[in-house]
Unconditional design. Structure first.
Length: 423
């Protein structure tokens, strides 16, 4: 029979354990029933800045934060009376230099021969860095939870793993919805912009842009969105995060500003600025052989309305005239108010001269019916000058000049008619 005989040299010695205790990274300590240190390893100096000799014989509570002393003492005294183990107890100690050190302690009661607790022996662990990290995470989570923005995370496949309260309200979801893996929502696949954004985030780490998200009522809401891909050390996708802000108000404001920039406030017709843009588009978008007509419309004797009835009725007349002309032109033609009592109509696709003559005459004819403004009934006519691209000019300036010139010739010849440039 084989027997394993050990010599005394093979057994761990007291010196072995002393060296081991002195070289661990945690503070090993022992206190008596009065809470006074009877032993500390050298790690106490790394944690609190005191040597073992400086704290041995002193009460542990001298080094504990003032506001926590009473509670810690009650726990230790009560636990010692019942010979209970201290398990993961957290409290704050004060470093020699005055800053706080967060401690997690575990300890077992030291018993005398009669089984009565006479102190504790245990381990203090410095969790300051971990505690601050946890506090920072909690602070960020509190901010995220309180944020009015849509904030979410998703796994590498795009399945949602977290939605903050604002996001859940936006989508009409309960918090427990995300506990059921079968109901995960693929936020990153809802529209083409987000697919592109997620792919860019995969490649570059982050994507910013404008997208739309459908709310709980199915309404598409414009969003300013950021998508971030979070990667492992091996550069594999760990998860996605996104923050999206409702920009409906901004879009509405931009729309108003754009409308004001391109439309006449009185008649709601496109204005001179829009006209420049439209003519440039027509010229740039066609071959030289493709034509369009520019009709310069000027209201005859409009000054008399302002002089006899006042500018209030002059404005009413302009709105009525605009509405009547707009109702007579084709949907795809472009009508704008140039300013004052002048209007421009761009007629696209009217390639036969007879068709253009008929179109112009139809506009003259709509003025045969009087305009009623409250108790006032006015007969109003107009004169129209026409230039054709590219026959009468290959740029806006030439077309406008020739149409304006022939329009004034029409006025000199009796008004209430139209003429096509012969230059």
């Amino acid at each position: 029979m084989y027997m394993n005989h050990r010599t005394d040299e093979e057994h761990p010695t007291l010196e072995f354990f002393r060296v081991l205790v002195e070289h661990v990274s945690d503070w090993i300590w022992q206190i008596n029933k009065n809470g006074e240190f009877v032993y500390s390893n050298s790690i106490v100096e790394d944690i609190l800045g005191y040597s073992p000799e400086e704290i041995n014989g002193k009460s542990m509570f001298l080094f504990i934060k003032e506001e926590e002393k009473k509670q810690v003492a009650e726990i230790i005294n009560e636990s010692l009376a019942q010979n209970r183990t201290l398990h993961n107890m957290d409290f704050t100690m004060i470093h020699r230099d005055g800053f706080e050190v967060f401690i997690e302690t575990n300890g077992k009661p030291v018993l005398n021969e009669d089984g009565v607790g006479i102190g504790y022996r245990g381990i203090h662990r410095d969790i300051t860095a971990w505690k601050k990290n946890q506090d920072q995470k909690q602070q960020l989570l509190d901010i995220i939870e309180a944020s009015p923005d849509f904030i979410a995370t998703a796994d590498s496949l795009g399945n949602t793993t977290y939605l903050n309260p604002s996001a859940r309200d936006f989508l009409g979801l309960q918090e427990e919805t995300l506990d059921d893996n079968s109901t995960l929502i693929p936020l990153w696949k809802s529209n083409q912009d987000q697919k592109i954004g997620a792919n860019i985030a995969l490649e570059k780490g982050i994507w910013k842009g404008e997208t739309v998200l459908s709310n709980s009522y199915g309404k598409e809401i414009p969003m300013s969105q950021t998508i971030v891909s979070h990667k492992t050390d091996q550069q594999n996708i760990h998860f996605f995060s996104t923050i999206a802000r409702d920009i409906s108000d901004r879009k509405a404001y931009e729309s108003i500003i754009k409308h004001q920039a391109l439309y006449d406030t009185l008649t709601e017709l496109p204005n001179r600025r829009y006209l420049h843009k439209k003519i440039a588009e027509l010229i740039d978008g066609r071959a030289k052989k493709d034509s369009f007509a520019l009709l310069f419309i000027d209201i005859d004797n409009f000054k008399q309305i302002n002089d006899t009835l006042g500018h209030h009725y002059g404005d009413i007349a302009l709105k009525l005239i605009s509405s009547r002309i707009k109702g007579a032109v084709r949907e795809h033609d472009f009508l704008c108010r140039l300013g004052g009592d002048e209007f421009i109509l761009l007629v696209d696709g009217c390639y036969e001269l007879d068709d253009l003559n008929n179109y112009a005459q139809r506009l003259i004819d709509i003025f045969k019916h009087p305009f009623r403004m409250d108790q006032h009934i006015c007969m109003i006519t107009c004169s129209i000058g026409i230039s054709i691209y590219p026959e009468h000019g290959s740029d806006e300036k030439s077309l406008m000049r020739k149409a304006d010139k022939i329009m004034y010739e029409t006025k000199r010849n009796g008004k209430n008619g139209y003429s096509i440039s012969e230059e």
